[in-house]
Design a protein. Sequence first.
Length: 381
Amino acid sequence: MVPSAGTPVTVPDILSSAVSSSDLQECMKRMLGVRHAFTVNSGTTAFFMILRALKSLSDKNEIILPAYTAPSLTLPIKKAGLHYRLVDISPDTFNMDTELTAAAVSDRTLAILCVNMFGIPVEIDSIRIPEDTHVIEDAASSFGTRKGGRLSGVFGDTGFISLNRGKNLSAVTGGIIVTDNDRLANLIGDEIGGLPHRQFPERAKIFLKAIALSYAVRPWCYTLLKRAISRFKYTTVHEDFESFRHTRFQGALGCVLLKRAEEIFHGREEKGRFLHDAFSNVRGIRRPSMPDGWRVVFNQFPIIVEDAKKRPSVLDAINSTGLEATMLYDKPIHKIYGNGKESHPHAEYMADRLVLIPVHHYVKTAMLYRAVEAVKKAVRS
């Protein structure tokens, strides 16, 4: 069984990182062509640091984000003493509806969080945004996606990338903040300066976890130990998060992975393109439209099963081919947190019908071909 996520990390990668002095912040500045880059322990913390910095610049208190996305994104908003406003998604792009987003901006809007779901970029340039409203690009799942040589994460006032397990590149955990705004960078740096360092027991645990994950994502190991490994997967909605500095070891491991990043990104892009073409005329399956001029590096490839009753059959069909398909979030944010007054029909539609197909390093094109044929058979039945 090929797991739903996997970054190809070797034990030699891990051992060399343990004694390396490579600086991930400098590596990221060179790679993304930005003036400032900061590392923290997670994408959630990265978002929190950005919000804390932005809050010090304005008395506005509202963050706009899509109704269907990671529920954990609401935690740093609330922890920063801010409020969120949801907008529906587009059934074509599978991302936030840019017209609804523009219409949602008010005199209370501090920032718009543009979440690049599944690796697909939000076309930020198409949103009419007032000058005093900040744009934060959530590139947690789109590291490697690019347009005209510019990588995702740099299209807003600031952006962040995740190196958590399950992302396009993983250093066990980690978040990277990037910006060209000097004033904002100074404020973010001050916020990060107040974060604690991991103590030795926690650093040792991260090192051991890196070794364990390097094996756990390999198909032979996952097949043998699937039941045990599955116990460590996230199955509930997070209620809080911890914020720390990124460890030196993880930074060095990130630099090692960046040396192979183009190969990893290219593989994800090619497999996503294959699936996008393969599902082009499959009745009962909807695929996302691709934005013009972009090279999309998919985290996982999303499809919508138009008949929600057939989603379990589609999941079983893909899994029977040896690929682990998943559903992601089974409810949109307003349904998770019980805001019954809100209605975002496209987000609700997606939550009931979404299926994700892995496209990482360990997935072979022949496997994807079998998965496509299995999906076709399942929706016809």
